[in-house]
Design a protein. Sequence first.
Length: 256
Amino acid sequence: MKQHLLVTTSADSSVSQFRPYADVLLLDSVAAGVAASSIDIASYKTVYIRSAFHRVDIMPQQFAGIIDKLGARARQAGISVIDGVDSVEKIIKFEDKWQQYQLFGELMPTTELVTSDTVDDRASIFKKRISSRAAGIAWRLDEIYGERQDWIKQALVDIRQELRIYIVRGSVYPVAAVRQPKTSQQKIKVVGARPLSSDQIQFAQMVYQKCPEVDFVGLDVVDGQTGLWLLEANRSPIFSSFSRESGVNLAEILYK
């Protein structure tokens, strides 16, 4: 038995990076409910509940009964919960891109809720308020689906380079993942890793000052023609590709 408990799904490609340090409960496994109820939560130092929203069947709302009970048990036992996020409600509150704009506003491109009055333009992109891993992105208004209030419209930024910057236990990791930006023709993917400049580290610190309760976060940052911009913050960042490119396992730093 390890000192930490990781709660996630089989779609989490960073699980292998966590396994040397944490026992893993896969929420979408056949016997997840039974396994969760038998966990001796008080025997762990930390509980980390990760989430994904790119497929309906693995969204945290599907496992609310398990997540909320585990979180309540951890609170009662006085166990540290990573990010302080111990319920589905708290997960969704942080991951909501509109709520993030209320928190990080001046550091992000201009963002607005999609309404019946929203019009198309070539200077914006549409994103689902709750989504992950580049899912829920539309380039035109007629491509969005579901309810309009579930989407935001965000101004496009001229991109020189897109970075995934990691902050672990309050410290900006000095090397970032370099990403191929998503366009209508190509998917996002990590294409390398490189040291951050002092300006980029300072920018990430400015973001973190607005959410100091978060223990581990991945910032999607654009280095553009008009400066640095935060696109969104990810509380359950994937870092398997970053580990491959950099040789660094961020889970080791998280649990140090």
